[in-house]
Write a protein that binds this ligand. Structure first.
Ligand SMILES: Cc1cc2nc3c(=O)[nH]c(=O)nc-3n(C[C@H](O)[C@H](O)[C@H](O)COP(=O)(O)OP(=O)(O)OC[C@H]3O[C@@H](n4cnc5c(N)ncnc54)[C@H](O)[C@@H]3O)c2cc1C
Length: 377
């Protein structure tokens, strides 16, 4: 292993922040370049399964995550119309021991704050939107929309589903709109007037589903995300406000328990759900991709973020172990692609944890920091 001095990460998302933090902790010099000028508190939560938490503990942030988010008592699958429970996974000490870490639900903004705080001071550069990249004899030359330029030995694209780095490497290919919308709302639990609410439930409907979960261990903030049919999405904006009535109307046919729960919503928003057909081109030359930049999935297994975090773990290990970047990238891709392909397949089918027949250990029990790295074919 030699310490790398010039690694540039594009995008301060879940994957980008994780890979940067892990590499920095091993002595490599990494800078992160994020297009946003700052971070707002967008209205969304995220489920961090045990496999993701096992990686994040290597950043020294597990306690902060546990303090800020909530370990739900159980994950429940319930029928949208009848309310009947088809599956329950207790998230107790036995489950934590089985999978090697707790499950966590958390506000995305809180997760980002904690991940950013784990970076080396001064290594995050906001307002840096990657525009162009070309290979040089020494490495890569990066150009940003703010006029700044940077030379690096390696560039890591953690720039999400609309990845500019991916387009520069393999050509423009806009994400595919799936004909589904994600409607989201976060609201104080106090608005429900004492209605009993389970910690984390997936509600399965005939043509739609929803997730409802608390975002804090005080159980004072609830998040509801519904995936509903939507014919088209015009324009390039990533999300839009949604009238409360339109949000409630999506639940017209729902069991009274769910209808009463969503009554608490105040401000709502809608996002288009997009993905991309599987594409196993994850690296070229001195550039490599991770997370949604190379494998965006429909959010039906709650595994896109966890997969980006696992990618970050495998990539950091490969870059640390192999001096040659190409060798590192080949090992990384060989390690990750078969596993991610399975996540993509299950996410598309939308079957994960609907009933008790699923095998859960291969996903939740995985430890991306310790699992053997695959040898490229
Ligand atoms: C409705 C919904 C619910 C979901 N729920 C879950 C869940 O419960 N659990 C889970 O694990 N996953 C979930 N996911 C998936 C998860 O959000 C994504 O898979 C995850 O955020 C991908 O992480 P990433 O680091 O690859 O990209 P992102 O987190 O999207 O980060 C990309 C970053 O790159 C920046 N960027 C983009 N372009 C540029 C550029 N040109 N230059 C510089 N910076 C740039 C962006 O501003 C952003 O900060 C959900 C997704 C959706 C849509």
């Amino acid at each position: 292993m030699h310490v790398r001095t010039r690694i540039a990460v594009i995008g301060a998302g879940l994957g980008g922040l994780t890979v940067a933090g892990l590499l920095q902790r091993r002595g490599h010099q990494v800078t992160v370049h994020e297009q946003a000028p700052g971070f707002g508190r967008i209205g969304a939560g995220i489920i961090l399964s045990a496999n993701a938490v096992k990686v994040l503990r290597h950043l020294g942030i597990e306690a902060a995550l546990l303090d800020t988010g909530i370990c739900p008592a159980a994950f429940l699958s319930r029928d949208w119309v009848t309310g009947e429970t088809s599956f329950a996974l207790p998230l107790d000490a036995a489950t934590e021991a089985r999978f090697g870490a707790a499950f966590l639900n958390i506000h995305r903004a809180d997760l980002h704050d904690i991940l950013r705080a784990a970076l080396a001071p001064g290594s995050l550069h906001l307002g840096h939107r990657l525009e162009d990249m070309r290979e040089t004899p020494q490495g890569v030359a990066l150009r940003f929309a703010n006029g700044e330029a940077l030379e690096a030995d390696i560039v890591i694209g953690g720039d999400g589903i609309h990845s500019r780095l991916r387009a520069l490497l393999f050509g423009e290919a806009p994400p595919r709109f799936t004909g589904r919308m994600a409607q989201r709302a976060i609201f104080p639990t106090a608005r429900l007037g004492g209605l009993p609410v389970d910690d984390c439930t997936k509600w399965w409907g005939p043509d739609r589903h929803a997730l409802s979960y608390f975002l804090t261990s005080r159980r004072d903030e609830l998040y509801v995300m519904a995936s509903v049919p939507g014919a088209h999405w015009d324009g390039t904006d990533l999300s839009r406000p949604l009238p409360r009535d339109a949000f409630l109307a999506s639940f017209d046919q729902a069991t009274p328990a769910l209808r009463r729960l969503v009554e608490g919503a105040t401000e709502c928003a809608v996002w288009p759900i997009c993905d991309r057909p599987r594409d196993d081109r994850w690296h070229q030359g001195r550039a490599v991709l991770l997370g949604d930049a190379c494998h965006p999935v429909r959010p039906y297994m709650a595994a896109g973020g966890a997969s980006a975090i696992e990618d970050a773990a495998a990539l950091a290990r490969c870059l640390h172990e192999f001096d040659d970047a190409a060798e590192a990238f080949h090992h990384y891709a060989a390690t990750r692609i078969p596993r991610v392909a399975e996540v993509q397949r299950i996410s598309l089918a939308n079957t994960w944890m609907r009933g008790p027949e699923e095998a859960l250990d291969w996903f939740f029990g995985h430890d991306a920091m310790a699992a053997p790295l695959a040898v490229p074919a």
